[in-house]
Design a protein around this ligand. Structure first.
Ligand code: ADP
Ligand code: ADP
Length: 228
Protein backbone atom coordinates (compact mmCIF):
# COMPACT_ATOMS: atom_id res chain seq x y z
CA UNK A 1 0.00 0.00 0.00
CA UNK A 2 2.83 2.43 0.99
CA UNK A 3 6.36 1.72 -0.17
CA UNK A 4 9.42 3.93 0.31
CA UNK A 5 12.53 2.98 -1.63
CA UNK A 6 15.73 4.85 -0.68
CA UNK A 7 13.83 8.07 -0.03
CA UNK A 8 15.78 11.21 0.81
CA UNK A 9 14.18 14.60 1.48
CA UNK A 10 16.22 17.76 1.63
CA UNK A 11 14.41 21.07 2.09
CA UNK A 12 15.88 24.07 0.24
CA UNK A 13 18.79 25.51 2.22
CA UNK A 14 18.61 22.76 4.84
CA UNK A 15 20.13 19.41 5.74
CA UNK A 16 18.53 16.10 4.88
CA UNK A 17 15.32 15.75 6.91
CA UNK A 18 15.00 12.12 5.78
CA UNK A 19 17.92 9.96 4.62
CA UNK A 20 17.63 6.89 2.39
CA UNK A 21 14.49 5.57 4.04
CA UNK A 22 13.12 2.25 2.80
CA UNK A 23 10.07 0.52 4.28
CA UNK A 24 6.66 -0.84 3.41
CA UNK A 25 3.35 -0.35 5.23
CA UNK A 26 0.70 -2.86 4.22
CA UNK A 27 -2.98 -2.04 3.80
CA UNK A 28 -4.74 -2.25 7.15
CA UNK A 29 -1.61 -1.84 9.30
CA UNK A 30 -1.43 0.42 12.34
CA UNK A 31 2.01 2.00 12.30
CA UNK A 32 3.67 4.41 14.72
CA UNK A 33 6.43 6.76 13.62
CA UNK A 34 8.60 7.63 16.62
CA UNK A 35 11.64 9.80 17.28
CA UNK A 36 12.69 13.06 18.88
CA UNK A 37 11.51 16.46 17.72
CA UNK A 38 13.24 17.20 14.40
CA UNK A 39 13.89 13.52 13.64
CA UNK A 40 11.87 13.71 10.42
CA UNK A 41 8.48 12.31 11.48
CA UNK A 42 6.38 15.09 9.90
CA UNK A 43 8.48 14.94 6.77
CA UNK A 44 7.84 11.22 6.45
CA UNK A 45 4.07 11.76 6.86
CA UNK A 46 4.04 14.63 4.35
CA UNK A 47 5.81 12.43 1.79
CA UNK A 48 3.17 9.73 2.30
CA UNK A 49 0.36 12.26 1.84
CA UNK A 50 2.06 13.76 -1.26
CA UNK A 51 2.28 17.13 0.51
CA UNK A 52 6.05 16.97 -0.08
CA UNK A 53 7.93 15.21 -2.87
CA UNK A 54 11.15 13.27 -2.34
CA UNK A 55 14.49 14.79 -3.34
CA UNK A 56 15.52 11.29 -4.44
CA UNK A 57 14.14 7.78 -4.21
CA UNK A 58 10.57 6.65 -4.83
CA UNK A 59 7.38 6.85 -2.82
CA UNK A 60 4.67 4.47 -4.01
CA UNK A 61 1.11 4.85 -2.72
CA UNK A 62 -1.24 2.12 -3.95
CA UNK A 63 1.33 1.33 -6.67
CA UNK A 64 1.45 4.92 -7.88
CA UNK A 65 4.72 6.82 -7.89
CA UNK A 66 3.80 10.16 -6.30
CA UNK A 67 6.67 11.95 -8.10
CA UNK A 68 5.09 11.01 -11.41
CA UNK A 69 1.54 12.06 -10.59
CA UNK A 70 0.17 14.81 -12.81
CA UNK A 71 -0.79 17.89 -10.79
CA UNK A 72 -4.41 17.21 -11.76
CA UNK A 73 -4.21 13.74 -10.16
CA UNK A 74 -3.04 14.98 -6.76
CA UNK A 75 -6.41 16.13 -5.34
CA UNK A 76 -7.82 12.74 -6.30
CA UNK A 77 -4.91 10.95 -4.55
CA UNK A 78 -5.37 13.08 -1.42
CA UNK A 79 -8.93 11.81 -1.04
CA UNK A 80 -7.45 8.50 0.04
CA UNK A 81 -6.09 10.30 3.11
CA UNK A 82 -7.59 11.62 6.30
CA UNK A 83 -5.12 14.03 7.89
CA UNK A 84 -4.99 14.95 11.58
CA UNK A 85 -2.52 17.40 13.04
CA UNK A 86 -1.78 18.58 16.54
CA UNK A 87 -2.89 22.03 15.50
CA UNK A 88 -6.26 20.89 14.26
CA UNK A 89 -7.39 24.04 12.44
CA UNK A 90 -11.06 23.83 13.34
CA UNK A 91 -13.34 26.65 12.21
CA UNK A 92 -14.35 28.39 15.44
CA UNK A 93 -17.22 30.37 13.89
CA UNK A 94 -19.07 27.15 12.94
CA UNK A 95 -20.56 24.44 15.09
CA UNK A 96 -19.34 20.83 15.27
CA UNK A 97 -21.76 19.55 12.62
CA UNK A 98 -20.76 22.35 10.23
CA UNK A 99 -17.05 21.69 10.76
CA UNK A 100 -17.41 18.01 9.89
CA UNK A 101 -19.68 18.50 6.86
CA UNK A 102 -17.24 20.88 5.16
CA UNK A 103 -15.06 18.24 3.42
CA UNK A 104 -18.21 16.57 2.08
CA UNK A 105 -19.48 19.85 0.63
CA UNK A 106 -16.10 20.40 -1.00
CA UNK A 107 -16.50 16.97 -2.63
CA UNK A 108 -20.04 17.80 -3.79
CA UNK A 109 -21.88 15.61 -1.25
CA UNK A 110 -24.87 17.44 0.25
CA UNK A 111 -28.32 16.91 1.72
CA UNK A 112 -29.40 13.85 3.70
CA UNK A 113 -26.48 11.72 2.57
CA UNK A 114 -24.02 14.31 3.90
CA UNK A 115 -25.92 14.73 7.20
CA UNK A 116 -26.02 10.95 7.68
CA UNK A 117 -22.28 10.65 7.18
CA UNK A 118 -21.54 13.57 9.51
CA UNK A 119 -23.58 11.96 12.29
CA UNK A 120 -21.87 8.60 11.72
CA UNK A 121 -18.45 10.29 11.98
CA UNK A 122 -19.43 12.24 15.13
CA UNK A 123 -20.78 9.02 16.62
CA UNK A 124 -17.48 7.17 16.01
CA UNK A 125 -15.59 9.76 18.07
CA UNK A 126 -18.26 10.01 20.79
CA UNK A 127 -19.45 13.52 19.92
CA UNK A 128 -22.91 12.92 18.48
CA UNK A 129 -24.49 14.76 21.40
CA UNK A 130 -22.34 17.83 20.65
CA UNK A 131 -23.30 18.39 17.03
CA UNK A 132 -24.72 21.88 17.69
CA UNK A 133 -21.96 22.93 20.11
CA UNK A 134 -19.35 25.47 19.05
CA UNK A 135 -15.79 24.04 19.09
CA UNK A 136 -14.58 26.65 21.58
CA UNK A 137 -16.89 25.13 24.22
CA UNK A 138 -15.21 21.70 23.86
CA UNK A 139 -12.25 20.39 25.87
CA UNK A 140 -8.90 19.93 24.11
CA UNK A 141 -9.51 16.21 23.78
CA UNK A 142 -12.98 16.77 22.35
CA UNK A 143 -11.62 19.27 19.84
CA UNK A 144 -9.07 16.72 18.69
CA UNK A 145 -11.86 14.11 18.38
CA UNK A 146 -13.82 16.61 16.30
CA UNK A 147 -10.78 16.96 14.02
CA UNK A 148 -10.73 13.17 13.69
CA UNK A 149 -14.43 13.12 12.75
CA UNK A 150 -13.70 15.71 10.07
CA UNK A 151 -10.79 13.63 8.79
CA UNK A 152 -12.79 10.39 8.54
CA UNK A 153 -16.10 11.74 7.22
CA UNK A 154 -14.97 11.18 3.62
CA UNK A 155 -14.11 7.56 4.52
CA UNK A 156 -10.40 7.68 3.67
CA UNK A 157 -8.54 4.38 3.38
CA UNK A 158 -5.47 5.87 5.10
CA UNK A 159 -5.50 7.96 8.29
CA UNK A 160 -2.40 10.00 9.02
CA UNK A 161 -1.99 11.72 12.37
CA UNK A 162 0.95 13.95 13.31
CA UNK A 163 1.41 14.20 17.10
CA UNK A 164 -2.36 13.97 17.64
CA UNK A 165 -1.99 13.77 21.42
CA UNK A 166 0.88 16.24 21.78
CA UNK A 167 -1.11 18.88 23.70
CA UNK A 168 -3.34 16.55 25.68
CA UNK A 169 -3.51 15.11 29.19
CA UNK A 170 -2.81 11.38 29.41
CA UNK A 171 -6.47 10.36 29.79
CA UNK A 172 -7.55 12.39 26.74
CA UNK A 173 -4.58 11.02 24.82
CA UNK A 174 -5.66 7.47 25.66
CA UNK A 175 -9.16 8.21 24.27
CA UNK A 176 -7.63 9.43 21.02
CA UNK A 177 -5.42 6.34 20.72
CA UNK A 178 -8.45 4.11 21.36
CA UNK A 179 -10.22 5.79 18.43
CA UNK A 180 -7.26 5.10 16.14
CA UNK A 181 -7.23 1.48 17.27
CA UNK A 182 -10.94 1.24 16.45
CA UNK A 183 -10.38 2.52 12.89
CA UNK A 184 -7.53 0.05 12.52
CA UNK A 185 -9.88 -2.74 13.66
CA UNK A 186 -12.26 -1.99 10.79
CA UNK A 187 -9.49 -2.14 8.18
CA UNK A 188 -8.28 1.45 7.86
CA UNK A 189 -4.52 1.91 7.46
CA UNK A 190 -3.49 4.18 10.36
CA UNK A 191 -0.14 5.97 10.67
CA UNK A 192 0.54 7.97 13.83
CA UNK A 193 3.65 10.06 14.51
CA UNK A 194 4.41 10.51 18.18
CA UNK A 195 7.41 11.45 20.30
CA UNK A 196 5.99 9.60 23.28
CA UNK A 197 5.37 5.88 23.55
CA UNK A 198 1.77 6.18 24.70
CA UNK A 199 -0.63 3.75 23.13
CA UNK A 200 2.05 1.53 21.65
CA UNK A 201 3.72 -0.06 24.67
CA UNK A 202 1.58 -3.17 24.88
CA UNK A 203 0.62 -3.42 21.24
CA UNK A 204 1.79 -5.64 18.45
CA UNK A 205 1.89 -2.76 16.04
CA UNK A 206 4.40 -1.52 13.58
CA UNK A 207 6.97 1.01 14.82
CA UNK A 208 9.22 3.04 12.53
CA UNK A 209 11.83 4.85 14.62
CA UNK A 210 13.68 7.86 13.23
CA UNK A 211 16.89 9.35 14.53
CA UNK A 212 18.05 12.55 12.79
CA UNK A 213 16.40 11.58 9.52
CA UNK A 214 17.60 8.00 9.63
CA UNK A 215 15.24 5.09 10.03
CA UNK A 216 16.95 3.10 12.79
CA UNK A 217 14.34 0.48 13.64
CA UNK A 218 11.37 -0.92 11.79
CA UNK A 219 9.49 -3.27 14.01
CA UNK A 220 6.48 -5.35 13.19
CA UNK A 221 4.37 -7.42 15.52
CA UNK A 222 5.00 -10.47 13.35
CA UNK A 223 8.71 -10.68 12.93
CA UNK A 224 10.33 -8.62 15.67
CA UNK A 225 12.86 -5.85 15.33
CA UNK A 226 14.99 -5.21 12.29
CA UNK A 227 18.00 -2.95 12.39
CA UNK A 228 18.22 -1.18 9.06
P1 ADP B 1 9.68 15.94 13.39
O1 ADP B 1 8.29 15.86 12.83
O2 ADP B 1 10.24 14.62 13.79
O3 ADP B 1 9.79 16.95 14.48
P2 ADP B 1 10.35 17.26 10.87
O4 ADP B 1 10.07 16.33 9.76
O5 ADP B 1 9.36 18.35 11.15
O6 ADP B 1 10.64 16.44 12.20
O7 ADP B 1 11.74 17.98 10.61
C1 ADP B 1 12.91 17.28 10.22
C2 ADP B 1 13.99 18.29 9.89
O8 ADP B 1 13.64 19.00 8.71
C3 ADP B 1 14.22 19.33 10.96
O9 ADP B 1 15.61 19.61 11.00
C4 ADP B 1 13.47 20.53 10.45
O10 ADP B 1 14.01 21.70 10.91
C5 ADP B 1 13.61 20.38 8.95
N1 ADP B 1 12.44 20.94 8.23
C6 ADP B 1 11.17 20.54 8.35
N2 ADP B 1 10.37 21.22 7.53
C7 ADP B 1 11.17 22.10 6.86
C8 ADP B 1 10.95 23.08 5.86
N3 ADP B 1 9.74 23.31 5.36
N4 ADP B 1 12.01 23.78 5.42
C9 ADP B 1 13.25 23.56 5.91
N5 ADP B 1 13.53 22.64 6.84
C10 ADP B 1 12.52 21.93 7.31
P1 ADP C 1 18.09 8.49 19.78
O1 ADP C 1 19.56 8.76 19.64
O2 ADP C 1 17.23 9.51 19.09
O3 ADP C 1 17.67 8.31 21.20
P2 ADP C 1 18.11 5.61 18.99
O4 ADP C 1 17.93 5.10 17.61
O5 ADP C 1 19.42 5.39 19.63
O6 ADP C 1 17.74 7.19 18.90
O7 ADP C 1 16.96 4.99 19.86
C1 ADP C 1 16.37 5.79 20.82
C2 ADP C 1 15.23 5.16 21.52
O8 ADP C 1 14.47 4.34 20.66
C3 ADP C 1 15.68 4.32 22.67
O9 ADP C 1 15.11 4.87 23.84
C4 ADP C 1 15.13 2.96 22.38
O10 ADP C 1 14.60 2.37 23.54
C5 ADP C 1 14.01 3.25 21.42
N1 ADP C 1 13.75 2.12 20.54
C6 ADP C 1 14.49 1.03 20.34
N2 ADP C 1 13.94 0.20 19.49
C7 ADP C 1 12.79 0.78 19.15
C8 ADP C 1 11.73 0.42 18.28
N3 ADP C 1 11.73 -0.72 17.60
N4 ADP C 1 10.72 1.27 18.14
C9 ADP C 1 10.70 2.41 18.80
N5 ADP C 1 11.64 2.81 19.63
C10 ADP C 1 12.68 2.01 19.80
Amino acid sequence: MIKFDQVTKRYPGSNEALKNASFTIEAGELAFVTGHSGAGKSTLLKLIAAIERPTSGTVLIANQNISKLKPSAIPFMRRKFGLIFQDHKLLYDRNCFENVILPLHINGITGNEAAKRVRAALDKVGLLHKEKAMPITLSGGEQQRLAIARAVVSRPSILIADEPTGNLDASYAADIMAIFHAFHQVGVTVIVATHDALGMSTTQNRVLHLNQGQLTHTQSGLDGVHHE
